[in-house]
Design a protein around this ligand. Structure first.
Ligand code: 5GP
Length: 206
């Protein structure tokens, strides 16, 4: 039977990696009170898990943006639909991003945030599609390097579906998913666990 998607990063790997990121952030920002920002909606799941691993008096806030076409068409320019409520002037800002692809959206957002005179702006990206980068972008914390595949789950959607998948899945055939956006609905009921063996680290969905 052909697979519509495979598990690229399983929930346990994600949990462990976020624990490590939280430890690094807690150490690096010792004595400070950073503001953790997430861009709705994709980054919300990551921020929810990350903030509980950062043992500092943080604040959190959310932004919502709308894109003019895709990132390359718009060169990353976005319209801010919901702005921050926290004043980031003089504060250390850490943007928790689900995935950085071309980097255009994020570099535009960093420019917007820097115009508000924060003490610092850094990025913590769960997934870094570094091979797709157009704009050089300093990402201080990276969860996983991500191959050039379309992924869903753990906050990442396809037409608003699949954000609630606990694992991150690589879509095998994006045109098949475009033709039938419900193609991966069976995966919402659970992905079979990895079969123990020489390849046990690589989980496979059937
Ligand atoms: P960038 O400006 O870096 O090209 O765009 C990043 C945004 O594109 C992400 O925040 C995300 O919304 C979207 N994106 C990029 N790659 C993927 C992917 O593989 N899956 C999903 N669901 N969204 C993606």
């Amino acid at each position: 039977m052909s697979e519509d998607a495979t598990v690229l990063f399983g929930r346990e790997d994600i949990r462990r990696r976020i624990e490590e990121l939280g430890r690094d952030i807690t150490g690096d920002y010792e004595g400070r009170a950073p503001v953790l920002i997430s861009v709705l909606k994709g980054g919300s799941v990551f921020l929810a898990d990350l903030m509980r691993q950062v043992h500092l008096p943080i604040a959190i806030d959310y932004m919502s943006i709308s894109r003019y076409g895709d990132a390359t068409e718009s060169m990353g320019r976005v319209r801010i639909v919901k702005d921050l409520e926290v004043d980031v002037g003089g504060r250390d800002v850490l943007i928790a991003e689900d995935i950085v692809d071309t980097g255009l959206t994020l570099s535009y957002l960093i420019t917007v945030l820097e115009s508000r005179h924060p003490a610092s702006v850094e990025v913590c990206a769960l997934l870094d599609k570094s091979v797709r980068r157009i704009t050089p972008l300093p990402i201080r914390y990276v969860g996983f390097d991500c191959p050039d595949v379309f992924v869903v789950g753990y906050g990442l959607d396809f037409q608003e579906r699949y954000r609630n998948l606990p694992d991150i899945l690589a879509v095998q055939d994006l045109s098949a998913l475009s033709a039938d956006p419900d193609l991966l609905v069976p995966y919402l009921k659970g992905v079979p666990r990895a079969v123990p063996g020489p390849d046990a680290g690589r989980e496979r969905a059937t």
